[in-house]
Design a protein around this ligand. Sequence first.
Ligand code: PCA
Length: 216
Amino acid sequence: MSTILLTGFAPFNQETINPSWEVVRRFDDQKIQASHTVKVAELACEFGTSITQLQQLLELHQPEFVICVGQAGGRPDLSIERVAINVDDARIPDNGGAQPIDQAIVEDGPAAYFSSLPIKAIVQALRTQGIPASVSQTAGTYVCNHIFYGLMHYADTHPGIKRAGFVHIPYLPDQACHHPGSASMSLETLESAFRLLLETCLLQNQDIRLSAGTIC
Ligand code: PCA
């Protein structure tokens, strides 16, 4: 039995819940395709600490697939992130009070890493089931991009991880009530989305050709 590691984040920026942990925790010890077991964990919304926690989890579980998930309040759909960049630039302090500005995540690391998830196949699979999803060209420069870069750097320097990437998700409806005008997605829809996403990762050896770019 191989392992899939799925992580969510602790609440931040005055929220009392983080939808990423709310959905991820539902998968604890679940089987996907009868070949993989899911392990879940909640990461601190803190620069540095979150990467240390993730590295410990990667060493403990030796997963084949790793998907980190975070909240992107205001985004309307599941954002399948394409690229992690080697910079921290925090608009607000993290949960530990740190606010790095223009700081490299890995000194002398590459400028960026691409996700190794089949991002286009995931978008297509979700849309086919009526779940809004898109490829996102930026995971921001806060703790989510930080963990995404830390994950991809680890995968690049340690053999064994087959595929790894990051997904941003919208607010839950309860949260959106406090942010009038913001989009939201129910926990049930998110749960269906992640089941489909995990199955797609296991079944899809190569990504598909699908236009998912943007024009500024
Ligand atoms: N979202 C933040 C950090 C934690 C989370 O869930 C982000 O997008 O960087």
